[in-house]
Design a protein around this ligand. Structure first.
Ligand code: CMC
Length: 427
């Protein structure tokens, strides 16, 4: 960090000197931490111009469409790595050697079984409950199972928490699917890869041998890699905020799951597929585009636009390729893909989308792949949550490593000034 300064002049008062911080990449940042003590707060709803923390995990250049995990470009990781290796990189900062990877894999497989009470809890939900509601409940319940035994101030315990979450999230997500579809629970199998095991737990029949389709296994792995982390998005900021009070990390994950569920965030993949299905044919696209541009209509083009990317989301590019691969391999109808590609083409040439720099994001193509794999749309955001768990934990761990400070934003108060109280219900 260099020593540049900014001068803030307010109403002829003595100027306030602010340090300018510079990370290893990205914008210069004004260090406003001293402002509060001088009677001023910065006002920035939605954090459009505020860095809430420093972090060395993930970097995004939204103008250039760049995404790096620990410095490694996302397209290289998607092509040449696997999800577990990416998890290791996100959690520990460096690519693992053969032994480190082996040990990591073993520790995950040995922690993948859920406490039986979690299955009992799941059985209390209505079968038609949304899987994200189930996942909120199950992750929250883990806090009850792992509470007294965990000391979040000990690094070894934090590492174990990370392993448990990473190991058990696929089991929970798969169980949500089995429960919702009335199928018997399938326990994790150590013979498969991380993604292969997810396919096995979701789709195998206990009375038959399950053969993993390598194309689908690789496609799922790629989806997990692309969703693994995305710096300070809403759900990651949620886990940092919830965790900043020292709360049980499993309950913090439950808070992150809740935040992810919204249609502006992780819920967009489900909403996008439903939108594409509603559009149905290329002829209907203009009607939906008109609606998306109409300020009196709440409808938005799902899978389009991003707070940070003002260029093509690099994850969407990879996702589009994977989508083609899966559809070609499965030889399924490509009608939704055709609608999506035409919608993308028309929107990218429309002045409304061009002026606002609205490009397809990761959710634009992911739903088509998941649907082709046989995963129902209600499960899409739960798959996203499973993939993002590693990012959430990496940020939660980083927050502790850097020295935990409770999150406590201030506000611009717009209510009444002080006034006297006279009860209206007593005479
Ligand atoms: N369709 C139509 N108009 C849009 C869209 C869209 N998808 N996204 C943004 N706009 C317009 C918006 O109406 C506004 O127009 P104006 O300046 O005339 O008022 C302008 O673009 C800026 O939008 P904003 O809402 O101020 O931008 P934001 O940064 O607060 O929101 C967003 C980002 C992702 C919530 C938004 O683009 C959106 O709602 N997209 C659809 C939902 C979606 O696909 N979300 C997934 C995001 S990627 C996965 C993840 O990381 O969670």
């Amino acid at each position: 960090m260099d020593k540049k300064k900014a001068i803030l002049a307010i109403d002829g008062k003595d100027p306030i000197e602010l340090n300018i911080l510079r990370g290893s990449l990205g914008c210069q940042e004004l260090d406003i931490r001293t402002l509060g003590a001088q009677g001023y707060f910065a006002f920035d709803p939605g954090f459009t111009s505020t860095a809430s923390c420093q972090s060395s995990i993930t970097y995004i250049d939204g103008d250039k469409g760049v995404l790096l995990y620990r410095g490694f470009p996302i397209d290289q990781l998607a092509l040449n790595s696997n999800y577990l290796e990416v998890c290791y990189i996100l959690l520990y900062g460096e690519a693992p050697n053969v032994k480190q990877f082996h040990d990591f894999k073993i520790s995950l497989t040995h922690n993948s079984l859920l406490h039986e009470q979690i299955y009992n809890l799941l059985r209390c939900f209505c079968r038609h409950a949304h899987p994200m509601a189930m996942l909120c409940g199950m992750t929250g319940a883990l806090a009850a199972i792992y509470h007294d035994s965990m000391d979040v101030h000990r690094k070894s315990h934090r590492d174990l928490i990370a392993i448990r979450l990473l190991a058990q999230m696929p089991t929970m997500v798969s169980m949500c699917y089995r429960y919702a579809t009335g199928k018997p629970f399938v326990y994790p199998c150590h013979d498969f890869s991380y993604s292969g095991n997810i396919l096995y737990m979701m789709f195998s029949d206990p009375s038959e041998t399950y053969v993993i389709n390598p194309i689908l296994e690789r496609a799922l792995d790629c989806i997990l890699i692309l969703h693994a982390d995305h710096e300070q998005n809403a759900s990651t900021s949620t886990i940092r905020t919830a965790g900043s009070s020292g709360a049980n990390p499993f309950s913090c994950i439950s808070a992150a799951v809740a935040s992810l569920w919204g249609p502006s965030h992780g819920g967009a993949n489900e909403a996008c597929l439903l939108m594409l299905e509603e559009i149905g044919t290329i002829e209907n696209i203009p009607v939906f585009l008109r609606r998306a541009k109409d300020k009196n209509d709440p409808f938005r083009l799902m899978g389009f636009g991003h707070r940070v990317y003002k260029n093509y989301d690099p994850r969407a590019m990879v996702m589009r390729e994977v989508c083609h691969e899966v559809l070609n391999h499965l030889e399924v109808k490509k009608d939704l893909m055709e609608v999506a590609m035409e919608l993308e083409y028309i929107a990218l040439h429309d002045s409304y989308f061009i002026e606002r720099k609205l490009y397809p994001n990761i959710d634009f193509y992911s739903g088509i792949i998941l649907k082709a794999m046989g995963i129902p749309s209600s499960m899409f955001t739960a798959i996203f949550a499973m993939a993002r768990t590693v990012g959430w934990i990496a940020h939660w761990k980083e927050m502790y490593d850097e020295g935990i400070k409770i999150s406590r934003p201030r506000q611009l108060y717009t209510g009444y000034t002080q006034r006297n109280f006279n009860s209206k219900i007593t005479s």
